[in-house]
Design a protein around this ligand. Structure first.
Ligand SMILES: NC(=O)c1ccc[n+]([C@@H]2O[C@H](COP(=O)([O-])OP(=O)(O)OC[C@H]3O[C@@H](n4cnc5c(N)ncnc54)[C@H](OP(=O)(O)O)[C@@H]3O)[C@@H](O)[C@H]2O)c1
Length: 337
């Protein structure tokens, strides 16, 4: 109850920021990103677009990978019209395709640029059941598995940049408090929905993908610490905000639901605040493997804090991305389950 009141009035937490803080506010006093290069996925709309706008305002050079070149060019043009000195590179990436992720990373590496920040923000929620070209349920493939491979392939570049510059690299995974709605066996459910439409429940599949984002964060943090890498990784719940995430359900009923819930909703500049805070604030140097909401550290769900689940998900993810580029994932050959 007290937490809800604090949320509604935007009362600041230990960080000095709260639910009503905006991305501009949390970056304004501390943040000079002139020498930083950031990759932000899903920057064509919503939270990612605002994150990109504010990091560009603070001087970061941006790489915006997107599945629609037109949408990405439009996003770039919007930022450049506001901040004409911005350096923004648009590249092709469909996160639901492992081969597209590999191609993007190869193209990014060919540019020979440093990489300080990786913001894994792109996401989808869909009532339509679909399977990716790699044989994985589409929400999971997009929200989690593509980012798993992207992070894995970009880590050495981030570690190298941090070593060369002495500036800590940061990865931010955009999850959701909905991760706590998933209960049950993650891998079993993933296999079920990757094989059979009848098991598909859009909200459960979305919650599974967001739980995977949380577990991935904690697992990567442990691995980075073990190898002494000067790169941190944290995850965030941005808050609930009306974006194109609900694009399939646009109409009067959705308008009404959003109107009735309007007091609980954030505006997009507020929803991008936690990502920008975690990506840039000096207070978070050496903070890794944590979960943030409203610009403050908070607790992930019990399942999201379970390192055994994290290790299990990691093994399954390695299995999924290790498939031959043309062969869809064959779970019959997965012996660790
Ligand atoms: N909105 C909320 O209330 C809320 C709450 C909690 C968490 N989140 C999370 O916040 C993140 C941003 O969502 P949003 O609300 O800003 O939604 P949004 O406006 O729909 O933005 C989603 C972004 O992801 C991109 N994307 C989707 N599928 C992709 C793919 N296969 N490959 C590459 N990019 C892809 C979209 O690009 P296109 O232009 O190509 O579609 C778009 O840029 C998501 O991870 C979401 O789960 C949102």
């Amino acid at each position: 109850m007290l937490e809800t009141v604090k949320y509604l009035i935007g009362s600041p937490g230990a960080s000095g920021y709260g639910s009503k803080s905006t991305a501009e506010e949390v970056t304004e006093n501390y943040c000079h990103l002139r020498s930083f290069t950031a990759i932000i996925t899903g920057a064509t709309s919503g939270i990612g677009a605002e994150t990109a706008r504010v990091l560009a305002k603070r001087g970061a050079r941006l790489v915006l990978p997107a599945r629609s070149p037109k949408a990405a060019e439009e996003a770039k043009a919007r930022i450049v019209s506001e901040f004409p000195d911005s350096q923004i590179i648009v590249m092709a990436l469909d996160l639901s395709s492992l081969s597209s992720v590999r191609k993007f990373v190869a193209e990014f590496e060919s540019l020979d640029m440093p990489l300080n920040l990786l913001i894994n923000n792109a996401g989808k929620f869909t009532h339509e059941h679909a399977i990716s070209e790699d044989g994985i349920e589409m929400t999971f493939a997009t929200n989690y598995l593509g980012h798993f491979l992207l992070t894995k392939l970009l880590l050495s570049k981030m570690i190298e940049t941090a070593n060369k510059t002495g500036v800590q690299g940061r990865i931010v995974n955009v999850s959701s408090s909905i991760h706590g709605w998933f209960s049950g066996d993650m891998i079993r459910y993933l296999i079920q929905i990757s094989r059979n439409k009848s098991y598909y429940d859009a909200t459960r599949a979305y919650a599974l993908s967001k739980l995977a984002n949380v577990l991935h964060t904690k697992e990567v943090a442990q691995r980075l610490e073990k190898i002494g890498a000067n790169v941190t990784v944290n995850c965030v719940h941005p808050g609930i905000v009306r974006t194109r995430l609900t694009r399939e359900r646009e109409g009067m009923i959705t308008d009404l639901v959003f109107f009735l819930a309007s007091k609980l909703l954030k505006k997009i500049p507020q929803a991008a605040a936690t990502t920008c805070y975690v990506a840039t604030h000096p207070r978070l140097v050496n903070v890794s493997g944590k979960y943030f909401a409203d610009c403050n550290e908070t607790w992930a769900s019990k399942q999201g804090s379970n390192s055994t689940e994290g290790a299990r998900l990691w093994a399954a993810s390695e299995f999924m991305v290790s498939r031959d580029a043309k062969a869809a994932c064959d779970w019959d050959t997965y012996d660790k389950y």
